[in-house]
Design a protein around this ligand. Sequence first.
Ligand code: NAD
Ligand code: ZN
Length: 345
Amino acid sequence: MKAVVFENYKTFPTIKEVEKPTPGPGEVLLKVAGAGCCHSDVSVFHDYTPETGTHTKPPFILGHETSGWIEELGPGVTGFNKGDAYLVYGPTGCGHCQRCVAGEENYCENMATNESLAIGLGRDGGMAEYAVVPARNLVPLGDADPIAAAPLSDAGLTPYHAIKAALPHLRGGGKYALVIGLGGLGQIAIQLLKALTGATIIGTDMKPESMAKAEEQGVITVPSDENEVARIREITSGRGVDAAFDFVGIAPTIAAAQAASGIGSRVTIVGIAGGKGEFDWYTNPWEQELTSAYWGSMSELHEVAALYRQGLVTPEVETYSMDDALVAYHNLVDGKLTKRAVVVP
Ligand code: NAD
Ligand code: ZN
């Protein structure tokens, strides 16, 4: 079968012919419906070194946002029907620590000694015709379209987890939420904020196309530049926003998120770009929280899938054939995408 393989650190992935995998005990073989291209993959193949990328050691098949149909069950697996559609929960922890048994494999306590991070991050993922995944990582999709669902595994689940944790800050009328970076994650974050809160949403990006798209969703957009914070303060009558979500994660966006957020607000950094934040008792707004978030739990992915099946959250995708999978990654690297790229093998 054909697969998109990350073969070596600091090396662009390649499309290769590899052997079709066989499911082991507790696993299933999926015929892949869709595999999303996430910006985190770019860090994996562009930035990581043997020192920093110990959990994403090449070679492996990329694709940590996967959906597919049951093709074959491994030994001991029952209760699934061939052809049924599922979304794949990516994180794979040790399986036995307190976090893992609670379905929070994203926060596995034994992360340091695990060999890989997730399906498609350190072990073979969904960017192939078939993928083997643990049966417990499957989230049913019912009759909903599995291809547009694929990005929910990460671009849906990650903002969902971050937004849910910030909900106490967005309760009541007159609240404001700020979304920085209106790409794959940011676009779904907007839909989730609309589904879960009554907050007025402010969005920033540098790409006019991405801002225009957000405006169609009722978002007030502000270009990401030196006037951004002043503009957001003006929109919020000087108070600043109640919750900010930074899907870029560089020092300037972290600083902007902090400065544009008010007293008692929550600032969540989701973008993984090595940005450092600063704290100053005198100038930071009182009781402003600064936190990070990584992916989400299994039960949260079931909740995200339920929102999708109800039509409350629908990722906008552009599809690529397996032969064009590398074009999709090039377009992601070059900032040319305005919708989530999904490879349909
Ligand atoms: P993307 O490329 O689809 O979107 C990024 C968006 O940010 C683009 O629209 C881009 O124009 C915009 N942008 C870039 N620089 C900006 C700036 N200075 N100000 C405002 N906007 C700016 O990427 P994505 O797949 O949505 O991923 C976003 C980030 O989230 C990446 O860093 C990725 O690694 C990270 N990520 C984190 C988690 C997690 O669990 N924490 C999970 C998935 C992705
Ligand atoms: Zn664990």
